[in-house]
Design a protein around this ligand. Structure first.
Ligand code: THU
Length: 133
């Protein structure tokens, strides 16, 4: 496995341990990796309003932008039990900043590993280029 995936998996596992998910009990850890191999973790943070909940992947994107701004992106590592693909909202937010060949590595805690490109999961994306000039 790529070195950056291993490194990001550790960071995603730590973020998952910090997940605030008392309502769903579904703990999600994410780690967003830039072309420079910087890693930005995120976990899901739920809310009693339910609608205020934010997913791990979006928190990772917002974390990067809040800290260093927009960087060229390489991939994302996600850890859930059971293994899951990112939701449509998160794919949409990732597509704002990530290229079609951006890699999404999905793990479960037992080491099950699936990898997909962003373009596999969201082939016809609405992105900034979709808007009129
Ligand atoms: N969740 C994520 O963090 N990422 C996803 O891609 C799907 C769902 C979270 C939101 C909520 O806290 C819990 O998982 C159940 O939907």
């Amino acid at each position: 496995m790529n070195n950056w995936v291993n490194e990001a998996l550790k960071i995603a596992q730590e973020a998952r341990d910090r997940s605030y998910s008392p309502y769903s009990k579904f703990k999600v850890g994410a780690a967003l990796v830039t072309q420079m191999d910087e890693i930005y973790p995120g976990c899901n943070v739920e809310n009693a309003s339910f609608g205020g909940t934010v997913c791990a992947e979006r928190n990772a994107v917002f974390h990067m932008i809040s800290k260093v701004g927009i960087r060229p992106l390489k991939g994302l590592v996600l850890i859930t039990e059971p293994l899951a693909v990112p939701c449509g909202f998160c794919l949409q937010v990732l597509s704002e900043f990530a290229p079609p060949n951006f890699e999404i590595h999905m793990f479960d805690p037992n080491g099950l590993h699936h990898v997909k490109k962003l373009a596999d999961l969201l082939p016809n994306r609405f992105n900034p280029a979709s808007l009129p000039k």
